[in-house]
Design a protein around this ligand. Structure first.
Ligand SMILES: Cc1cc2nc3c(=O)[nH]c(=O)nc-3n(C[C@H](O)[C@H](O)[C@H](O)COP(=O)(O)O)c2cc1C
Length: 193
């Protein structure tokens, strides 16, 4: 029993240490941007409900043209549904083979002509919020991808008046991606006028 407690304590401290290290490397917004990479392989560790709530709160605070909030977010956590999502595209949707959750970003285009921009900003906030909580995430494009929209719509029960922009896969990382190196960014894309 004592040994069991010891192992548990060690495991718990180990998790706390890695959490501390992760937080230390993400103290600034720039560090968060550096470390956010598309993650397409996930462990079987379930995502805590509080983390999903945190991510969704961030999405709901994202800016939208005239604050019309044309987005709707559909959260999928059932394993069978997630695995079926991986077939929504011939290529580019394999992240749902192991994802532990997914958030569909769907928008009402009749509300505003800025719906795609509004959706993209909300999706980016989801990606950053996930990275901030130590989760991996990846954008899967759905809008204007052959057959993908119909499948996602039917799996999440999304009404016809909404366009499905993308689905974000979520989970604890099961692959390492190198953070961006500030010395190697494409600075030629920046034009000081
Ligand atoms: C609009 C958009 C569409 C994307 N679509 C997909 C996709 O369908 N499948 C996929 O695996 N990754 C997709 N990605 C992820 C990109 O491949 C990834 O962001 C890019 O390669 C840069 O890598 P990074 O996210 O690690 O910085 C998409 C990203 C964006 C912004």
């Amino acid at each position: 029993m004592w040994l069991k407690n010891c192992n548990f304590a060690r495991l718990f401290c180990g998790i706390k240490d890695s959490e501390k290290r992760r937080k230390k490397n993400m103290e600034t917004f720039e560090q968060l941007c550096q470390q956010r990479r598309s993650i397409r392989k996930y462990t079987a560790q379930p995502i805590e409900k509080e983390k999903l709530d945190y991510i969704l709160r961030c999405a709901l605070m994202s800016p939208s043209g005239k604050r019309l909030n044309p987005w709707e977010f559909y959260v999928l956590t059932h394993e069978e549904t997630l695995r079926r999502l991986s077939g929504c595209r011939t290529y580019g949707s394999g992240m749902f083979d192991t994802a532990m959750a997914a958030i569909v970003v769907a928008l009402d285009a009749s509300l505003t002509d800025t719906w795609q921009s509004d959706g993209a900003i909300a999706a980016q906030d989801i990606l950053l919020a996930a990275a901030d909580r130590g989760l991996g995430a990846c954008w899967c494009q759905v809008y204007q991808r052959e057959g993908a929209e119909e499948l996602v719509r039917s799996l999440a029960n999304i009404p016809d008046n909404l366009n499905v922009l993308c689905v974000i896969s979520l989970g604890y990382k099961d692959e390492e991606r190198r953070p961006y190196d500030p010395d190697k960014l494409p600075y030629q894309k920046v034009h000081w006028c």
